[in-house]
Design a protein. Structure first.
Ligand code: CP
Length: 527
């Protein structure tokens, strides 16, 4: 693999930097202009007869599947529609095994995959990369065509391209109203980062509480510098005067919600469905967009708007064909020469430094009388101090219990909850007189269970070494951790050979490498 784009996969919108996304939009613009002018489109084609494209749609699709099928046909090569209904999935074959086998039949392949399993293409990209390198065959390109309620990056690329067209390529600012099922809508989740192509972003989220975007996405938008406003219905939104000119509607996915929500279906739908009486409140340049499909009985954009100037969604869906032609060309290296000179270097996805263990100064006169097993001072051994500093007493006890189980501290020892310097604050301590050292793996586990704790090494009643532990940037391969998102490809219920992996994503949070769901550090443990 060489070049800027060749062989890369697209699992989430952040897999492309902002500059790379802009490059893709520029190429799509050139393609559309050449198409409209009736010019030759050959410079946009791969023209590689060995190239093969596998469309694995394990969930229903019309637009994404058909636009990719036609975009792949545009490039030449073989286009394979994988029939999942008649495949060995029905004999409990794993997706990993299936894709390994298909790669053997079709080297130099691009897999376009839709699945309810979140993080599937991220996982396949890593797993098949290793598999192919051992067998000296080229690693396939994986494109996420929608994974559960996680992301839909190629929809995002066509959405942003459509907004840019509407704004006549002005990227200085965007004011966007997002309406509908923001809880389940993967296309709106991809907007959290896809909108970064604009210099100033104002987002109005319009949904009742039950359908509102999960907090972590809202928080991420704020961290990205977006102004975010929240409204519970279109009525509430239009009762104020600062109304966006670009509206992005989504379908309600009530079928994914429990009975309690279904009982409220009519009022939830009403809150996010546009009505004729709202029309005078819109500015003349307003456009509506929708990833489609619309619900034929209860569309959030009613059909009486189809032949009005508000209709931005039909051209938006056609843009799916053009953006996907460019995406396939891009990831197969068609523009690598051009990109080499145009774009800055690729940034590392995972921090490689691991400075989560810090040596602390040791007071020369430190005596260990503060560290006891019961009433007896520790003469030789280890004391884990500052466990869950400042947490509730109950939280500290439960973390002490977790540390003991995860590190298998089934030895002569003691533990307790104590005041810190301030009587209002507490901390946990575990004293281990029979343990003289920890393995690197145990130190990392401890850092991930109880960031902020210290390990005190004691010899002849003196602390001779003190380490402070922070959250590790990356935690993986421990049998005691798992992603709790049942839709995640790494969840044990799916029986795929995925090693659990978390990346630090905040002061106290890890996110799953695959589904990207964030968890407080104490939620990743199974004990
Ligand atoms: N927008 C979109 O993903 O549509 P399909 O489900 O028809 O692919």
């Amino acid at each position: 693999m060489s070049g800027r784009f060749k062989g890369r996969s697209l699992s989430v919108i952040n897999d492309l930097t902002v500059d790379e996304q802009l490059f893709l939009y520029e190429k799509t613009r050139e393609l559309k202009e050449a198409f409209r002018a009736g010019e030759s489109l050959d410079r946009f084609r791969l023209n590689n007869r060995e190239a093969s494209f596998y469309l694995l749609f394990l969930e229903d699709s019309t637009r994404t599947k058909e636009s990719f099928r036609n975009a792949a046909a545009f490039h030449g090569g073989r286009v394979n529609l994988f029939d999942s209904a008649a495949s060995s999935f029905n004999k409990m074959e794993s997706i990993t095994d299936t894709v390994k086998m298909l790669v053997g039949y079709a080297p130099s392949s691009t897999f376009i995959i839709r699945s309810r399993l979140e993080g599937l293409t991220s996982f396949l990209d890593a797993a098949l990369g290793e598999y192919c390198s051992h067998r000296m065959i080229p690693k396939p390109v994986f494109i996420n065509a929608g994974d559960g309620k996680h992301e839909h990056p190629t929809q995002e690329l066509l959405d942003e391209f459509s907004f840019l067209e509407q704004k006549n390529w002005d990227r200085s600012s965007i004011h966007l109203a997002i309406v509908g099922d923001l809880f389940h809508g993967r296309t709106v989740h991809s907007k959290v980062n896809g909108l970064k192509i604009f210099q100033s972003v104002k987002v109005d989220l319009i949904a009742p509480r039950e359908l509102m975007m999960p907090d972590h996405y809202i928080e991420e938008m704020k961290q990205n510098g977006f102004e975010v406003r929240i409204f519970s219905s279109i009525d509430d939104y239009l009762a104020q005067s600062d109304i966006a000119c670009i509206w992005y509607f989504t379908r309600l996915q009530l079928e994914r919600m429990g009975d309690e929500v279904l009982e409220k279906a009519d009022s939830l739908r009403k809150a996010v469905t546009f009505r004729r009486e709202f029309m005078p409140l819109l500015k003349p340049e307003t456009r509506f967009y929708h990833p489609l499909p619309r619900h034929k009985e209860h569309p959030t954009i009613p059909t009486f708007l189809d032949n009005t100037d508000l209709n931005g969604w039909d051209l938006q869906s056609i843009n799916g064909y053009f953006t996907r032609i460019i995406e396939i060309g891009l990831l197969n290296g068609l523009y690598d020469d051009e990109a080499e000179t145009l774009l800055p270097p690729i940034s590392e996805k995972v921090p490689v430094t691991s400075s989560f263990v810090k040596e602390m100064p040791v007071r020369t006169q430190t005596k260990t009388s503060e560290y006891k097993v019961g009433i007896k001072p520790v003469e030789n051994g280890i004391v884990i101090d500052h466990i869950s500093c400042g947490s509730s007493i109950e939280g500290i006890w439960s973390n002490i219990d977790r540390i003991r189980k995860v590190l298998n501290l089934n030895v002569r020892s003691s533990h307790g909850v104590y005041h810190r310097n301030d009587p209002a604050y507490f901390k946990g301590i575990i004293s281990l007189p029979d343990i003289l050292s920890f393995s690197q793996k145990d130190v990392k586990k401890l850092a991930a269970i109880s960031p902020g704790c210290t390990i005190n090494f004691i010899k002849d009643s003196r602390v001779y070494r003190k380490l402070r532990l922070d959250m590790p940037p990356r935690v993986y391969g421990f049998s005691e951790i798992s992603c709790k998102n049942e839709a995640c490809i790494s969840h044990s219920s799916h029986h795929e050979p995925v090693m659990t992996e978390f990346l630090q994503s905040g002061e106290n949070t890890f996110k799953c490498r695959y589904c990207e769901k964030p968890f407080h550090f104490d939620e990743i443990w199974d004990l």
